[in-house]
Ligand binder design. Structure first.
Ligand SMILES: NC(=O)C1=CN([C@@H]2O[C@H](COP(=O)(O)OP(=O)(O)OC[C@H]3O[C@@H](n4cnc5c(N)ncnc54)[C@H](O)[C@@H]3O)[C@@H](O)[C@H]2O)C=CC1
Ligand SMILES: O=C(O)C(=O)CO
Length: 325
């Protein structure tokens, strides 16, 4: 008999067929009031889970009594409680590496758009407000040759730093849980304390995972330490930043501008004060959102689930370190 798998995201047909060839699939594109009880019935029987963007904490997974493996179509694992899963001996598989370059491309786009006020000025053209030279007060600021400070120099942080170093002759500095020797050797990156990085960077990009230790890592105190001319970029998770403090810093011009891909609440409510700020560039969580990369992520997650349900968690297991204890 085929193992039962709960799929909670629409995926390309060829990847769906790969799953279907091996497993008995229950598919939920979304979970809402009309299908919630069917979702929980399927969850109760599922040995495998695959999908993304749904909170899968203990309150949900306590009902998944037969669960043997979960596979998230993302590198971020913050929808899950890793320790809880490890306690139940359930591996959580994720999709590192396949999205590094695309996410770094997005972050650099965000950085450039914010520095050069691209969205604001493009809107000026579209709305017929380009009636004369834009004037000094709408000039952007240079990116090339400036200092890029990265908080969280991991896989994506490194890919972003590469763009800054080789493409834009930027000075790279970073803070991280541990030294990134490759970034120091390849990109001449300098390891700094958080304080030193905040005080001395022209561009500051946050690329840590969201964990209990990084929640609200950047708040009022940190914004006040940045240069008045600093441009802040968040591509990690919204909750790594105290969004209220960021709004305050932007509206009072404590910093120059921010480029955001992620928010405390997603989708960002249209009545968020962020939407009224002309010094904020707002992307709708599109770090990895290209056709090629999203397909690679799904493919990786399908492979991960097949392997994990066969007992092999040697690759891409996010809580492997906890399972060993
Ligand atoms: N905006 C988007 O669409 C995307 C967002 N992401 C987010 O980016 C995160 C990072 O992804 P990767 O680079 O693949 O992860 P990674 O694990 O390779 O890098 C994260 C780095 O953050 C560091 N770190 C963790 N806690 C820290 C702390 N308290 N202080 C300083 N550094 C700390 C780690 O040492 C590590 O080097 C993901 O967890 C996800 O939340 C990832 C992909 C796309
Ligand atoms: O993979 C992730 O963690 C994302 O945020 C989307 O690519």
């Amino acid at each position: 008999m085929k193992k039962k798998v709960l799929l909670y995201k629409a995926i390309p047909k060829q990847e769906y067929e790969r799953l279907k060839a091996r497993f008995d699939i229950s598919f939920f594109d979304t979970v809402n009031d009309s299908n919630r009880s069917d979702f929980f019935t399927a969850l109760k029987e599922a040995e495998g889970l695959i999908g993304s963007s749904l909170p899968m904490g203990p309150n949900v997974l306590d009902k998944a009594l037969k669960l043997k493996a979960a596979s998230t179509i993302s590198v971020g694992t913050d929808q899950f409680d890793l320790a809880y899963l490890a306690e139940r001996r359930i591996p959580l598989m994720h999709t590192p590496d396949v999205l590094n370059e695309t996410t770094a491309d997005t972050l650099f786009t965000l950085l450039m758009c914010t520095a050069r006020r691209a969205v604001e000025l493009s809107n000026m053209v579209r709305e017929g407000r380009w009636t004369k030279s834009i004037g000094e007060q709408r000039y952007g600021t240079d990116v090339h040759g400036k200092t890029l400070g990265i908080i969280g120099m991991g896989r994506i942080g490194y890919a972003l730093a590469k763009r800054g170093h080789f493409g834009f002759n930027m000075t790279i500095q970073y803070t991280n849980r541990s030294r990134n020797i490759n970034a120091e050797r390849d990109l001449n990156a300098t390891y700094l304390s958080m304080e030193a990085l905040l005080e001395s960077s022209d561009f500051i990009c946050v690329m840590t995972p969201l964990t209990p230790k990084t929640e609200h890592l950047i708040g009022e105190k940190e914004f006040s330490m940045m240069k008045k001319s600093a441009i802040f970029i968040n591509g990690s998770r919204g909750k790594v930043i105290n969004e209220k403090a960021l709004i305050n810093a932007l509206s009072k011009r404590v910093i120059r501008a921010a480029g955001l891909d992620v928010y405390e609440v997603e989708p960002l409510p249209a009545n968020s004060p962020l939407c009224t700020l002309d010094n904020a560039v707002l992307f709708p969580h599109i770090g990895s959102a290209t056709t090629e990369t999203r397909l690679k992520m799904v493919s990786c997650a399908v492979d991960n689930l097949i392997q994990a349900l066969a007992g092999d968690v040697s690759k891409n297991c996010a809580n492997g370190h906890l399972l060993k204890h």
